[in-house]
Design a protein around this ligand. Structure first.
Ligand code: NAD
Length: 351
């Protein structure tokens, strides 16, 4: 008998092509008629279009979302939301913009909608990461869960191929760690496997043809499933390593996940045979970790932490932080094994 606990999701999900046009009715369904649209400066035009679509139900855009959700940006956005009398926020963008929406919701209680445009998956999780000074903290808070997520495949067509690849592998990392999570459940396992199948199938096509609608649809579907898994079960060593590296060296999020994943899979493999078998089903080959490394390399993604700006002198301190206050992991980790893993990932060696 297999005993488990499964937590269901409360977020309404609308998925398809052209679904952005449904934003006015989704806002209305929540009883929201003064929606503030959030974005990064780079997506201001797209956000203005969404604000136009909402017409009288929008109170403009706030286009200052930034990586790692800095508290000073959140405070400015909260003040702006209060000034314009917003009754909801709509995050249009990737994890950075969705993070800002969650941070505003935590402080104001405003309901959130999102139009995700990357594969990071934050829209499906109760996880909020925030940065104050140079300290990033991450919490799981049910109150930051989104009410409605509208996935519009058309909005992902502009995500550059290189960013699509690393963002997609970021999603694969959520799926991989869900397969061996301490609190894994059969539903999360099924979703994670399906997510890996969809992403492994679609990312090579997107790398060659970023405007391939079918592949874009597959990738966004895989990302939704991976984000749902991330929001449902606990993560392990891989997410701990990426969290430490992002915080210590300000490394780019999706790229760091891409480099680290094959090394953690190589390490955890012997302790997680069922997970490895499911990954191998998505990515057939002699060795799962090597398969993930070759997959990323073939798509032109980075394979070495040194190429992302991590100094070699930081390896020892990062290893120390990884074992301090560590996440649960299927295989015990100590300073020596963490150091060895980081050294290989830093140099870009095969796992
Ligand atoms: P991002 O949101 O920082 O976006 C990267 C860049 O791509 C931005 O400049 C953005 O404007 C641009 N962009 C996004 N979509 C685009 C599109 N369709 N076309 C053109 N440009 C586009 O990157 P991300 O990887 O999505 O998110 C990373 C952040 O999200 C990190 O801070 C990470 O910690 C956080 N995150 C949080 C969770 C969670 O559950 N809380 C999950 C995953 C990631």
């Amino acid at each position: 008998m297999k005993a488990f606990v499964h937590r269901g999701q409360i977020t309404k999900v609308v998925f398809g092509s052209g679904t952005r046009s449904r934003i006015p009715e989704e806002a209305d369904a929540l009883g929201c008629h003064r929606v503030l649209v959030l974005c990064t400066p780079g997506q201001a035009d797209q956000a203005a279009e969404t604000s136009d679509l909402l017409g009288a139900a929008a109170v403009g855009t706030f286009a200052e979302a930034a990586a790692h959700t800095p508290v000073e940006v959140t405070e400015k956005a909260v003040a702006h939301a209060r000034t314009v009398g917003a009754d909801a926020v709509l995050a249009m963008g990737g994890g950075s913009t969705i993070g800002l929406g969650k941070a505003i919701a935590l402080r104001t209680g405003l309901p959130q909608l999102a139009l995700p445009t990357t594969y990071a998956g934050s829209e499906m999780t109760p996880i909020l990461g925030e940065t104050e000074g140079n300290r990033k903290t991450t919490r799981r808070l049910p109150e930051v869960l989104l009410k409605t997520v509208v996935y519009d495949v058309d909005l992902t067509l502009t995500l550059p191929a290189a960013l699509s690849v690393v963002s997609g592998i970021n999603a694969m990392a959520h799926a991989v760690e869900s397969l061996y999570a301490q609190d894994r459940d059969p539903v999360a396992f099924l979703m994670a496997g399906e997510s890996l199948d969809a992403l492994v199938r679609s990312l090579p096509v997107i790398e060659r043809r970023p405007d391939d609608a079918e592949a874009r649809s597959d990738a966004l579907y895989g990302a939704w499933l991976a984000g749902t898994c991330l929001g449902t079960v606990g993560m392990a060593l891989h997410h701990k390593v990426c969290h430490v590296l992002g915080g210590m060296f300000g490394l780019p999020h999706a790229e760091t996940h891409t480099v680290v994943l094959p090394h953690v899979v190589a390490y955890n493999g012997p302790a997680a045979p069922e997970a490895m078998a499911r990954i191998a089903q998505a990515l057939p080959g002699d060795d799962v970790a090597t398969g993930l490394f070759d997959f990323a390399a073939r798509l032109g993604a980075p394979t070495a932490l040194r190429d992302l700006g991590m100094p070699e002198s930081g390896i020892a301190q990062a290893a120390e932080l990884i074992v301090q206050d560590s996440y649960w992991n299927p295989r015990p980790v100590d300073r020596t094994t963490a150091h060895a893993l980081l050294s290989r990932a830093w140099a870009g060696e095969t796992p």
